[in-house]
Write a new protein. Structure first.
Length: 488
């Protein structure tokens, strides 16, 4: 073999060796990349799984994860003969924070509340965010009810503490409902229902408190769901009617206007009082549709009577605080006026005094926008809502209504006479019309007339009547009583 052939052989061997080394390196690199890809896929799957099981805002387990882990706790409790407690927590008036301070502040508050709940419970307990401003806590291996009640009390106290946000001190209180397995329910679904019933009772009972489930709450919960279903059907099939109670001028006894009151009679439950179904309409979100129907119908029916009898009188419509907090509420009022043809000056929106306490700047702005339409604003049940008198100077109110609770005992000397007289004096000093509701006797009327009250309504003059009966009143003239009888 000559020297050239020998060199070529060595070169071929070197190339072959290099190829083997390169192939080995490439195989190693490929294995490494595949391993990294599998690790990244595993991490991605873990992240996706975590996101599917946890709330993005607070990092807490979500509803689905809570259910899975709670079922495991219940299975263990059945084996060991122990208990499991479920707390449902809803923040009181949380929407006001979002509306007045903005959603970023609301998000910060939810994160802080989540941390506080975690800090108030045991490490093994489950804390979850159910959605919105509702949280859940599941306590496993509960040996006696007092153990769960102690943890619930700690949660209530911790969440209720002041917290600095947006440059100010805020205080947000929770309503808590608690149910315990196996005393209150045997399954997770029933435990949830029981705790929800207890939470509703806490809210209905004044908020900022803990309620333990009781058997009567289950019946109340079933009633609530039944009425909600009936409400949905009633809205779809237009089962509601309006009745009107006349408002009378104290000096002339002439009809000044009417207050529109919603009436509902069902085949299943008979006549339903507004106090029975309005709170459920508010909780279920149906109040907006119901309120819009009430406003539009009152404007239409009263304007039709005004045109039929060529007479000038007003209509007052009660509005839920939840309606008033909607940004487009002034647009809803304007639409009702435009569609019906009712002059804005002949419509009064009535709200309860409590809205002055709870509403904040959003309410003030809405009041001003409604007033700019030319519509009157009345504070209903004045004297019962513990509002600051400063609101009366800030809000463009046109009327005050003295609550019936102060009118009931006006026939005899007492504190109610002093309160009623003070409200009348205050209203007049602020250039407001003062109306007393629930006037049922001549003695009550005589005191109110002597104290300078502007207008009254009540059974002494007329009970709430339907549209046809109101038409008959207008046909017979606008005086509802014999003036001589009241003067006697």
């Amino acid at each position: 073999m000559n020297q050239l052939s020998s060199s070529l052989v060595w070169l071929a061997l070197l190339v072959a060796a290099a190829a083997v080394l390169l192939a080995a390196w490439l195989a190693t690199r490929l294995r490494h990349e595949r391993r990294e890809a599998r690790q990244q896929a595993t991490l991605a799957d873990a992240y996706i799984l975590h996101m599917a099981q946890h709330d993005a805002l607070t990092g807490l387990p979500n509803r689905a994860e809570l259910h899975e882990r709670s079922e495991a706790l219940l299975a263990e409790a059945r084996r060991r003969g122990s208990g499991v407690a479920l707390l449902l927590l809803d923040l009181d008036h949380f929407k006001h924070i979002n509306e007045t301070l903005g959603h970023p502040v609301g998000d910060d508050l939810l994160r802080t509340i989540a941390d506080r709940i975690r800090g108030a419970v045991r490490p093994r307990d489950i804390v979850a965010r159910m959605g919105g401003d509702e949280f859940a806590v599941v306590l496993g291996d509960v040996r006696h009810d007092g153990e769960a009640e102690l943890v619930a009390a700690k949660v209530l106290a911790r969440v209720s503490e002041d917290l600095p946000l947006a440059g100010q001190q805020l205080r947000v209180t929770p309503s808590l409902g608690m149910a315990i397995f196996p005393q209150d329910a045997n399954t997770l679904t029933d435990l949830m229902k029981s705790a929800d019933s207890a939470m509703y009772a806490a809210k209905h009972g004044g908020r900022a408190q803990l309620r333990r489930f009781a058997s009567e709450m289950a019946e109340a919960s079933r009633t609530r769901f039944t009425i909600e279903a009936l409400l949905r059907r009633a809205l779809a099939e237009r089962e509601f009617r309006l009745r009107y109670q006349p408002i009378v001028d104290v000096s002339t006894l002439a009809l000044l206007g009417v207050e529109a009151l919603i009436a509902w009679e069902t085949p299943e439950r008979g006549v339903m009082q507004p106090s029975e179904f309005i709170p459920i309409a508010e909780q279920s979100g149906l109040i907006r549709t119901l309120g819009e129907w009430t406003l539009a119908t009152a404007c239409h029916e009263i304007q039709s009577l005004r045109q039929e009898f060529a007479c000038d009188f007003d209509v007052a419509v009660n509005v839920s605080p939840l309606q008033l907090r909607q940004a487009n509420f002034p647009d809803t009022v304007a639409q009702a006026l435009q569609t019906s043809g009712l002059p804005a000056a002949n419509l009064t929106i009535e709200v309860t005094e409590g809205i002055l306490v709870d509403g904040g700047e959003t309410t003030v702005d809405t009041f001003r926008r409604v007033r700019q339409l030319g519509v009157g604003l009345s504070i209903d049940d004045f004297g019962t809502g513990y509002s600051g008198l400063g609101y009366l100077t800030r809000l463009p109110i046109s009327k005050l209504k003295i609550d019936k609770s102060f009118v009931d005992d006006l026939a005899a000397p007492g504190h109610d006479r002093a309160v009623a007289a003070a409200i009348i004096t205050l209203g007049h000093q602020l250039h407001l019309q003062v109306v007393a509701e629930g006037v049922e006797s001549k003695a009550q009327f005589d005191f109110l007339r002597g104290a300078g009250c502007d207008a009254v309504q009540g059974y002494l003059f007329c009970q709430p009547v339907g549209l046809d009966a109101l038409r008959q009143i207008l046909r017979g003239g606008r005086s509802l009583v014999n003036g001589a009888e009241l003067a006697a």
